[in-house]
Design a protein. Structure first.
Length: 172
């Protein structure tokens, strides 16, 4: 099977699974991430279903995570984010994970191992999901502080995906 055949299969699967999504953008992200998440030189097996899953370690999962954060920020409207002076436990976990980003990028660049970025972004999305499940953002007394964290999260995710050559859509 040739690369173009795999890409066409991905596009068809994405279109049937997510008919409103930008098929080409999601397919490119799924394919790139599927290869980049593995350590260079290791064996890999391409699984079409895993590569487009929104439930696992995949490009579309991270693209959706970015779109979801941007959606939260859009819903907040003109509310101004405010950097927290003190963190609550859920906020602290997210802030701690966000702070790891520069170190991960330096390590990935120094060792020429993009899979470090993939692993970090996936872990970051999981930490954000736990934060969002446990902490109301919109219409919460800590809305400005939490919007700041959501904004930082969306920006780090976007930058990380960009480094991998993957688009970070505003909506999905």
């Amino acid at each position: 099977m040739q690369f173009i055949d795999i890409l066409e299969e991905l596009k068809a699967a994405i279109h049937s699974e997510y008919p409103k999504a930008d098929t080409k953008l999601i397919a490119n992200g799924a394919l790139k991430y599927s290869f980049l998440k593995h350590r260079l030189g290791s064996d890999l097996i391409f699984d079409l279903e895993d590569s487009i899953s929104l439930d696992g370690n995949s490009g579309p999962y991270l693209q959706y995570a970015h779109a979801r954060a941007r959606s939260i920020l859009r819903k907040a409207g003109d509310a101004a984010p405010k950097s927290p002076a003190a963190f609550e436990p859920g906020e602290r976990s997210l802030a701690r994970k966000l702070a790891e980003y520069p170190e991960v990028i330096d390590k990935a660049a120094a060792e020429l191992m993009p899979h470090y970025i993939c692993t970090y972004l996936y872990e970051l999305a999981q930490v954000f999901n736990r934060f969002y499940e446990a902490n109301r953002v919109i219409d919460d007394p800590r809305q400005p502080e939490r919007l700041s964290l959501v904004s930082q999260y969306a920006e780090v995710l976007k930058q990380g995906l960009r480094l991998l050559g993957i688009a970070a859509p505003e909506q999905m």
